[in-house]
Design a binder for this molecule. Structure first.
Ligand SMILES: Cc1cc2nc3c(=O)[nH]c(=O)nc-3n(C[C@H](O)[C@H](O)[C@H](O)COP(=O)(O)OP(=O)(O)OC[C@H]3O[C@@H](n4cnc5c(N)ncnc54)[C@H](O)[C@@H]3O)c2cc1C
Length: 384
């Protein structure tokens, strides 16, 4: 029997496991192939909706589901200590789990996501409220509800981070919220970003900079946060800026997961060296890497993981069946960008074709909300 292991049952791991189970159905039914997902948690969080939780538009309980319910019944799932991987041994083709067991694989898919590295910037953890984790999303919602005016600084600490467009969305939604609550005149909204402009991709930066100007949002960039002073309530950059805030929101530095570091298979920031087209781990052809944890030059996004899952599932299937055909990932990404409480635009691009966002509209807003709902029944289950 050929064993396929999937490390991580988040967005990437779940879609990949379900797509593999669909592609390899005859082999799985005959028990020639087994597919196992390892995850330390039983819960699957749809992180894109943490942004809506932070804005009070979504209930935390509605964006979490039991992982077992999302997986094809033929996919095995290991949770808790049995599913928490402590070492990925790519030399000996095995995962070691917290219960002390070692499991050997023929093919591995690594999709363990990313973590927040609060320690990189002194004072950040005490002061920054972030929707990039679930508890932070709930805190942010409460703080925004109680906000009565002052200076709000939105800071992106470092690149890359997951959901590159998220900071644009949170800032523009907050501006709309302040306007609706009659707090706009009493508030200064400041957006700080580590590279010049408001976003790293030129076409998107151009469109978004104009929107930020029209909406009266002050932009300070490049701004690489050096330290936050919780007593003085100031945030300071390597470039020499110091801003006083009443409320500090933002995105802390990101890195790959601890297990990648502990297994010594990542770079300095625990991103795994990955071929940007085949998605194979460099020097380890039976290991595929997807989602946030790769080092490839593309957005860390759920849609990236979804597009990547076609390549991973197709190529593992071909290898198991001894077929020569291979599918290459072309760098496809699709992300909606909320520009307020009822408008949005979107970007769709790949390695060869840069994005051109259309003008914001309510149609794109409703499409974003519809997509979020359909995630559970269509995307996660790899129906499309
Ligand atoms: C606020 C916010 C807004 C976003 N908005 C969008 C959006 O609009 N569109 C979009 O496409 N993307 C968006 N994203 C990004 C998207 O959620 C991530 O890029 C995506 O979840 C990455 O998928 P993944 O499989 O790599 O990691 P994850 O979905 O994070 O899954 C990783 C899994 O690995 C497990 N794991 C970690 N370590 C171990 C271990 N040692 N052993 C076992 N299991 C382990 C975790 O428990 C988790 O289940 C957003 C993210 C945030 C935070």
């Amino acid at each position: 029997m050929k064993k396929v292991f999937v490390a991580g049952g988040g967005i990437g791991g779940t879609i990949a496991a379900n797509r593999l189970a669909e592609r390899l159905k005859p082999e799985v039914d005959k028990e020639d192939v087994s597919i196992t997902v390892f995850d330390k948690s039983e819960n699957h969080v749809f992180q894109p909706s943490q942004l809506l939780v932070g804005m009070g538009l979504e209930n935390p309980a509605d964006i979490v589901k039991n992982e077992r319910e999302l997986l094809n019944p033929k996919v095995r799932l290991l949770n808790g200590k049995a599913g928490e991987i402590t070492k990925i041994d790519v030399q000996n083709h095995s995962f070691v789990t917290s219960d002390g067991k070692s499991h050997e694989y023929d093919y591995a898919v690594i999709s363990t996501g990313s973590t927040l590295d609060w320690e990189m910037v002194p004072g950040l953890k005490e002061e920054m409220h972030t929707v990039w984790d679930m508890d932070g999303a709930v805190q942010t919602r409460n703080l925004i509800r109680n906000f009565t005016g002052g200076t709000v600084v939105f800071n992106v600490a470092r690149l890359p981070h997951k959901c590159p467009v998220g900071p644009l969305e949170e800032t523009l939604m907050l501006e709309d919220y302040l306007k609706r609550k009659g707090l706009k005149e009493k508030t200064e909204l400041v957006y700080t970003y580590p590279v010049a402009g408001v976003f790293g991709i030129p076409n998107v930066n151009k469109v978004m900079t104009k929107i930020f100007e029209q909406r009266g949002i002050r932009v300070i960039s490049p701004f690489t946060v050096k330290a936050v002073d919780p007593q003085a309530k100031t945030i300071e950059s390597n470039e020499g800026e110091k801003i006083k805030y009443d409320l500090l929101l933002g995105v802390p530095p990101h890195m790959g997961t601890k297990v990648v570091g502990d297994s010594a298979i990542g770079d300095r920031r625990n991103w795994i060296p990955t071929d940007k087209n085949s998605l194979q781990m460099k020097d380890h052809s039976n290991v595929y890497v997807m989602g946030d944890t790769t080092d490839i030059p593309i957005s860390k996004a759920g849609s990236t993981a979804d597009f990547e899952s076609y390549t991973v599932a197709e190529n593992i299937t071909s290898e198991i069946r001894g077929n020569e055909s291979r599918k290459m990932y072309d760098g496809s990404v699709f992300c909606f960008i909320a520009t307020g409480f009822d408008t949005a635009t979107y970007i769709r691009f790949n390695y060869a074709n840069p994005p051109v966002p259309p003008p914001p509209s309510t149609i794109h807003w409703w499409a974003k909300l519809a997509y979020n709902k359909l995630y559970w029944s269509l995307t996660a289950k790899a129906v499309v």
